[in-house]
Design a protein around this ligand. Structure first.
Ligand code: SF4
Length: 75
């Protein structure tokens, strides 16, 4: 038990995160008590080292506006 809570040690995916706190030989997460559960359903949303992909390269084009631009020669 750590500070009155049931904190568990971090998992390998947590290495490099800013929320990792080392206490003695063990490392804990200061944002979430059970890191293994956080990583069970995908990557942790609180991880500072997790790279997130935003949106995509696909851009929606309104066909009406595209046709007007094409007529003006702006392509
Ligand atoms: S915030 Fe997420 S990734 Fe970072 S140590 Fe805690 S559980 Fe691991």
């Amino acid at each position: 038990m750590l500070f009155g809570t049931d904190k568990r040690v971090i998992v390998s995916q947590c290495e490099g995160c800013g929320h990792v706190t080392a206490i003695g030989d063990d490392k804990f997460c200061d944002a979430y008590p059970n890191p293994a559960a956080k990583w069970m359903a995908g990557s942790c949303n609180l991880g500072t080292h997790v790279q997130r992909k935003l949106g995509g390269e696909t851009k929606k084009v309104n066909p009406l506006k595209a046709s007007k631009k094409a007529m003006k020669g702006k392509a």
